[in-house]
Design a protein around this ligand. Structure first.
Ligand SMILES: Cc1cc2nc3c(=O)[nH]c(=O)nc-3n(C[C@H](O)[C@H](O)[C@H](O)COP(=O)(O)OP(=O)(O)OC[C@H]3O[C@@H](n4cnc5c(N)ncnc54)[C@H](O)[C@@H]3O)c2cc1C
Length: 422
């Protein structure tokens, strides 16, 4: 991010918190800071884009009629969104780290820093032995990784949950010699952020071109083809980053030699100077341990009208962990959270959920250090199939990456961050 973009991004973050205090919202907000005097208790697990949004909107819309506790393992959340820009030193982790002060102080959400480990009847159990009783539980734990034989994440980072893993990969790239090879593996879909791995390949190639002449990027994709913005990324691989990125589809990762940095695959061994393995993903740990993923599946089945588990009434699952088939993105996690908050408040009032919910996803992908593309789609509930489906003609992609898109990416991100955490 150049100095101008950074200044504008920080200004916009300020504006988005101010937007939450705009006159139209003041009544709802004033209501929400009133302490809850109710037995409508909602406990939310996970303070990412899904969990922080549902906690905020339950109080914003429900006010004193609902008591909300957010259980989050960490005191703050590091956004995966924009985290690929930390790898090429365009941004710092501190610029994409958010605490829960606004949720607590402006909306009256009770924050508990701790790890949820199980469900017992109508109570959530934490690692420190606490039990939190609830009428409704929302699980928004994001993703967990399936094991990869030989993978040691302290040597071979995934950087697919932002934080120390991002810093580790950034340092390995900075220390990589000129003429080296960056190898990344992409897991089978569905995985978190469909365009994210291809965006990373582009940004790393761009960084290496400028800082480590003669280096290469090898992308080993378990999928048969590029899974998002195919035209944009194949053009980027074959033209913008031609001679640097080598894309190999249909490659299964079997094992990793973490010490030697070798990916052992269905198409032979690939040796790396820096190896980035993004493992296969499933719903975050608490969802699996609570028995909310059927055998042989990776995501939690839910009713798309309310995000209530089809396996355990009273428990809702949103964000990357849910299995409605909607893409696993922060933008749509924020939208799902609002549908879920509305459905829970309606349930407390004895009403059925909205029969026609709509969600949307938008995503900007940087292709170089100053150009980006974008992708957007709207999803609506189809009562005939019981699924959230893309609204015809709502799907759109940038015709080509531009500098203007790169600048707009920070406006979009600041709006989403503000709507979630401020
Ligand atoms: C490199 C990259 C780039 C991306 N770019 C974009 C983008 O441009 N646009 C976009 O829309 N999306 C993007 N995404 C995807 C987006 O980050 C995820 O879809 C989003 O974070 C999902 O939100 P979530 O709330 O479901 O999970 P998370 O954001 O992972 O939040 C889950 C939270 O739950 C907490 N938690 C987990 N288990 C427990 C427990 N047992 N007890 C207590 N707390 C727990 C975790 O600490 C975490 O804070 C990107 C992802 C990556 C990796």
């Amino acid at each position: 991010m150049n100095a101008l973009s950074r200044r504008r991004f920080l200004q916009l973050l300020g504006l988005s918190s101010a937007a939450a205090a705009a006159p139209t919202l003041l009544r709802a907000q004033a209501q929400s800071v009133v302490p809850a005097a109710t037995t409508n208790r909602v406990v939310v697990v996970g303070g990412g884009f899904a969990g922080a949004t549902v906690a905020k909107y339950l109080r914003l819309w429900g006010g004193a009629a609902v008591d909300v506790t957010l259980v989050e393992a960490n005191p703050s959340h590091v956004s995966c969104i924009l985290s690929n820009l930390v790898l090429n030193n365009s941004m710092s982790l501190s610029q994409i780290t958010f605490n829960y002060a606004a949720l607590q102080q402006k909306y009256g959400v009770r924050i508990v820093t701790g790890k949820a480990v199980g469900i017992e009847g109508k109570a959530l159990r934490l690692a420190d032995g606490q039990r939190l009783d609830y009428e409704r539980l929302v699980l928004a734990p994001g993703i967990a990784f399936l094991p990869v034989p030989g993978l040691k994440m302290n040597k071979v980072p995934h950087a697919w949950q932002a934080g120390p893993q991002t810093t580790l990969l950034q340092r390995q790239l900075a220390a990589m010699p000129a003429g080296g090879t960056f190898v990344m593996t992409i897991p089978p879909a569905p995985y978190r952020c469909p365009p994210g791995p291809y965006e990373r390949a582009c940004l790393v190639a761009d960084y290496l071109k400028r800082n480590k002449p003669g280096s290469k990027v090898i992308v080993l994709d378990a999928n048969p083809k590029i899974m998002a913005e195919e035209h944009t990324f194949s053009t980027a691989f074959n033209q913008t980053h031609a001679g640097i990125i080598e894309y190999r589809p249909g490659v299964t990762l079997n094992q990793v030699d973490s010490r030697q940095r070798i990916a052992k695959t269905s198409q032979g061994d690939v040796k790396a100077s820096v190896l980035n393995v993004i493992p296969t993903q499933q719903a975050g740990g608490i969802v699996a341990s609570a028995g909310l993923i059927p055998a042989g599946q990776r995501w939690a089945p839910v009713n798309p009208l309310s995000y209530e588990s089809t396996l355990l009434p009273g428990v809702h699952i949103i964000g990357d962990a849910q299995g409605t088939g909607q893409p696993k993105s922060g933008h749509i996690a924020n939208a799902e959270a609002k549908v879920c908050a509305d459905a829970i408040l309606r349930a407390f009032a004895g009403e059925a959920p909205d029969p026609a919910p709509v969600t949307n996803s938008a995503c900007y992908s940087p292709i170089t250090a100053n150009t980006a593309s974008w992708l957007t789609a709207v999803y609506a509930y189809n009562p005939n199939t019981g699924l959230m489906e893309v609204v015809p003609d709502s799907f759109g992609e940038a015709p080509a990456p531009t500098q203007g898109n790169y600048e707009k990416m920070f406006d979009w991100a600041a709006g989403l961050f503000g709507d979630t955490f401020a």
